[in-house]
Design a protein around this ligand. Sequence first.
Ligand SMILES: O=P(O)(O)OC[C@H]1O[C@H](OP(=O)(O)OP(=O)(O)O)[C@H](O)[C@@H]1O
Ligand code: HPA
Length: 185
Amino acid sequence: MSIDLAHVRQVMAEADCLYSEDQVEAAIDQVAGAINGELAERNPVVFCVMNGGLIFAGKLLPKLSFPLELSYLHATRYRSETTGGELFWKAKPEISFIDRDVLIIDDILDEGYTLGAIVDFCRHAGAANVHVAVLIDKDHDRKARPDLKADYVGLSCIDRYIFGYGMDYKGYWRNAPGIYAVKGL
Ligand SMILES: O=P(O)(O)OC[C@H]1O[C@H](OP(=O)(O)OP(=O)(O)O)[C@H](O)[C@@H]1O
Ligand code: HPA
């Protein structure tokens, strides 16, 4: 389905900036500091959750000062929509992580279905420990599993549909240099 680019541009023009680029970068620095403090001796396998985790992982990883292995996985449930549906695995992890520490990097913990499924998958597949880093945690009471928390959280936000720093609006604006809330959503 094609999308109206004028509409996509208007969404950016009318969006509310929740966090500037400087604020997001400072949050990423903090997350990196915490991970350096806790995982430096754990020889982790790091998985970037595509597509949304790409920018956060790309900014975070050069700030980690210990040896690690990097791969990716892709699980999606929004598919260019602003509400989530059934989770679909587009790419499962290919690199072995049996008895290893795993670090999952994603952009957002929203309702938590995606991270819940990824964490379960890694545990069932034999990870020794699963750690989760998210750039932002959305604050609401619709969490799939209220006990499922990310170990490392850069920022939190109000219950609005957000984009930028990897997060999309209908497939666009993952490149937006800040975190923005769509007008009316
Ligand atoms: O906490 P949840 O409500 O499960 O939502 C969070 C997930 O949703 C987004 O992925 P999406 O399904 O949009 O896939 P994408 O990253 O490929 O766009 C985001 O990148 C997270 O992985
Ligand atoms: O608010 C959001 N924005 C972008 N992607 C998302 N995936 C889950 N929630 C969101």
